[in-house]
Ligand binder design. Structure first.
Ligand SMILES: [Ca+2]
Length: 356
């Protein structure tokens, strides 16, 4: 279902309204009093690629009550563009969050792809009965345009939480390098530093995956974004090193399913299609790790590392230490107490209510 062009003015009205709120210092009503009232919230744009764990990450950042969600953009990656755009709009609508949403231009994508059977897994989200029907998703004419507009309109720097192959962010930096100054922090799920990757298409001769999938799908964009650390961009990276420690267990899923809250019911619906993967111990809180790295860094082991990404060849997408780069990236390399972190994730998801 392509996004009709006639939704562009509405999305622009919402952007203008948000900008007016910021300008007047009134940062309350549209996103709801339930989202961290009385506490300073972090202005955030969420850029994702429409997989089940992206939606969990979105629920976590909303339920944390610590984020002022300014907009959501969809990039080429794991989910399909139109279902990701629709599902995102449905989820935000169900929460009363009238924030602008946009998807990438269809041609804006990396050279590689996630496996087709992985890509199909998140399409079921738009059919969840708990979600309201949305006639057509908001789309302000493309992720890049929306990112630029939101950053331009913000009086204070904004944090970008990015759980996609970084194509959107590289495009933003290429178009408007001046906006790096408007990015407070860039928090990214991607890469594999001291652990094997998960993209078998980029493997060593003995069959060890060298790259993590987000970075494999668009290795040049991943490297261009990490390179921006040299220009002062504050980057926090949540690679497979930390997500490997955030395996969702059958017990965690059962606790979620037993929790009586809108957020828990929605998350349980989102995860319904991947229950066998959870049961097999193969589902992790990949993208949720980026939200935790932003909001709960004290729960993680962090390192400062100068990094680059291999742009081409059999190891394309591989994250590596790079002494030729002087600026470092903050890398989450593990969690201090796994159960505590997973409890935090469950609590945030359970604290998502329709009035957010
Ligand atoms: Ca993702």
């Amino acid at each position: 279902m392509p996004a009709p062009a006639n939704f562009s003015p509405l999305a622009r009205v919402l952007v203008a309204y948000r900008a007016a709120q910021v300008a007047s210092g009134v940062l309350v009503l549209l996103l709801g009093l339930g989202c961290g009232a009385g506490r300073e919230r972090i202005p955030v744009i969420f850029d994702h690629d429409g997989a089940t764990d992206d939606y969990l990450a979105l629920l976590m950042l909303v339920g944390s009550g610590r984020c002022d969600l300014r907009g959501v953009t969809v990039s080429y990656g794991l989910g399909h563009r139109n279902s990701a755009l629709t599902a995102t709009s449905m989820i935000l609508h169900s929460l009363g969050l009238q924030v602008p949403v946009a998807a990438h231009a269809p041609a804006l994508r990396g050279p590689n792809s996630f496996p087709d059977d992985w890509r199909d897994m998140s399409d079921q989200v738009i059919g969840l009965p708990i979600l309201p029907h949305v006639d057509a998703p908001f789309d302000s004419g493309g992720s890049a345009a929306l990112l630029i507009e939101l950053l331009d309109d913000s009086e204070t720097p904004v944090t970008l939480i990015v759980t996609e192959p970084l194509t959107n962010v590289a495009d933003l930096i290429a178009q408007r390098p001046d906006l790096l100054a408007k990015i407070d922090r860039l928090v990214v799920m991607g890469g594999a530093l001291d652990v094997p990757g998960n993209a078998l298409a980029a493997s060593s001769a003995d069959g060890i995956a060298l790259a993590e999938y987000n970075f494999y799908v668009d290795p040049v964009s991943a490297d261009r974004v990490l390179e921006a650390a040299e220009r002062g961009l504050d980057i926090v990276l949540a690679p497979l090193d930390v997500t490997n420690e955030l395996q969702l267990t059958a017990n965690w899923l059962q606790r979620l399913q037993r929790t009586e809250s809108f957020g828990a019911r929605l998350a349980a619906g989102i995860l319904a299609g991947v229950e066998p993967t959870v049961a097999a111990g193969e589902y992790y809180l990949w993208d949720g790790a980026a939200v935790l790295a932003l909001l709960s860094p004290e729960s993680m082991h962090m390192k400062e590392v100068a990094l680059s990404v291999e742009r081409e060849g059999p190891g394309q997408g591989r994250l590596r230490r790079d002494p030729s780069r002087t600026a470092t990236v903050k890398v989450a390399t593990g969690v201090i107490e796994k159960n505590q972190v997973l409890d935090t994730a469950l609590r945030w998801i359970s604290d998502v209510h329709p009035e957010h």
